[in-house]
Design a protein around this ligand. Sequence first.
Ligand code: SAH
Ligand code: SF4
Length: 357
Amino acid sequence: MKRSLPGIILEELADFLEKCGAASYRAKQITDWIYKKRVASFDAMTDLPNELRGQLAAEFDTPKTVVLRVLGSKDATQKFLFRLRDQNLIESVLIPASPALYGQPSDRRTICVSSQVGCAYGCKFCASGLDGFTRNLDAGEIVQQLIEIEKFCGEEIDNVVFMGMGEPLANLRNVLRAIRIINAPWGLGIGARHITISTSGLAPQIRELANEPTQFRLALSLHGATDEVRGRIMPVNRKYPLKVLLEACDYYVAKKGRLTFEYILIAGINDTDEQARGLAKIARRLSAKINLIPYNTVEGLEWSCPSHTRQEKFQSILRKHGVTATLRREKGHDIAAACGQLRLQTNRAERDGRLSV
Ligand code: SAH
Ligand code: SF4
């Protein structure tokens, strides 16, 4: 199989050019075409000699990741459904402004990208896991989500969060390659501190990330302060119970400085005072800030979101224990946090013959 051009790294291109006997400065010209001018075919790379274009075409593919549907308005959150080259569907979300989302200033555009088609981790509240796992995305398919959305909306993206479909740490090699491209000056040039990986808690990979030199951020989806509560909604907790997970987090924080917690509030499940106190204790141990996310209803799932009063009570207990906790209110963030639903609807509609896209 040919290698995917939108997942290529400058140094790899330089090696390829050397083998072809082409000048090394061409590598930068080619990355400019892919990552800056965003062209999708070799024919469009007009400053390259014809022979080299042919050599590139023989070695590399420029697979199409096509925007299939866009939901939402230009000045609010927009949700993008992509069709991949093998017909699989993935989602990304563009959030225009993100007040206090992961601590960045509010005038920024954040994109929430998928890292896999489906997800194997089957959290009980999540749309992405409902249809199981299909495959990993390659680095090019991750990067293309950004490129295509920037092309579509004509604006640059400032923040990237791996909070779309899939578990990024289960596809670590491709995610790290994509981050390298997103971060590189010859790539998309987005600062590492503006890139956040979110995980459901794969302890060994959290340790691996701790040893990565790039300064991206890590968010841990905790959603439960005891094994009993967490295990009920997140099967991954059986494999990596809190003791194992939090030791990996200790190691991460010692090496990298900090991480953030994501905590979905689900009525009657994890929103009790006792869970809030347990969560405060864990957050203090790791000096972590907490993003509380009111649960976003998923079609076909039984869970619901606690009342505003309950949400605020939960937050106030955390604050009383000296922990910084933000409560997401903006609709867009709820949509972003519940990535996977649009694909689910589309897949189901296609299966039932209700929609042809
Ligand atoms: N697999 C990774 C990243 C993708 S999920 C992870 O679990 O962290 C990104 C975030 O969306 C997670 O915090 C996840 O728990 C949250 N999420 C999933 N379904 C949701 C829903 N219905 N409402 C609110 N947040 C949800
Ligand atoms: Fe997978 Fe994350 Fe959804 Fe859990 S919350 S099923 S890990 S995408």
